[in-house]
Design a binder for this molecule. Structure first.
Ligand SMILES: [Mg+2]
Length: 197
């Protein structure tokens, strides 16, 4: 077994089980898409400009610093609820099928951020503990939630390195094509690039 796989699977036998399960699922001629949240659908550039203190408190510490000052509700309202998101990727997504998958130290904060954006209301949100965990979580979602094999999976990500590293792993298990779109936002005005990698 490729040592890369060992990083993902709790038991080696899961790999075999996943492959066997995937072969029993119906194959549908349809795409399934997942989009990251931070810096893929939503840019924090403006927040960082408006609140210089956030830059001094990186990661989850920045928001925590603001929660302590303003409360979490006010923070989410001021910095998430009233922002209109760029449409180039959103308009390609189908909320009845596609999902938002986001990683973060605080699962509760990630959920609250996404749910504060009214334009993302209808999307299912999956939160993983880090970027790497998105790889097995994508496979689990297809096998156990979607429960069919789409002919293509499209990922939108500003940090696509794990999907690139594990592309073959995902394609082998799910017997489908993985298309990885690398994204660079231009604030919340639009995108500098959305390109296949
Ligand atoms: Mg991101």
């Amino acid at each position: 077994m490729n040592p890369l796989y060992k990083k993902i699977l709790w038991w080696e036998q899961v790999w075999e089980f996943w492959i066997e399960l995937a072969q029993t699922l119906e194959k549908k001629d349809t795409i399934f898409q997942l989009a990251d949240f931070d810096y893929t659908l939503f840019s924090r550039d403006e927040q960082l400009e408006w609140v210089p203190d956030l830059q001094k408190n990186r990661g989850d510490l920045g928001p925590l610093y603001l929660f302590q000052r303003y409360g979490m509700t006010q923070f989410l309202k001021d910095y998430y609820s009233d922002i209109s998101l760029p449409t180039e990727i959103l308009s390609r997504l189908d909320s009845s099928r596609d999902i938002i998958m986001t990683a973060g130290g605080s699962k509760d904060f990630q959920l609250a951020k996404v749910r504060s954006c009214s334009e993302l209301d209808k999307f299912r949100v999956v939160v993983t503990k880090d970027g790497f965990e998105k790889v097995p979580e994508l496979i689990r979602h297809v096998l156990f939630e979607l429960r069919y094999i789409p002919s293509e999976i499209i990922v939108y990500e500003d940090r696509p390195q794990y999907f690139i590293e594990y592309r073959e792993f995902i394609e082998k298990i799910l017997w489908t094509k993985l298309t990885i779109m690398s994204v660079e936002m231009d604030g919340n005005d639009g995108y500098k690039k959305i390109e296949e990698v």
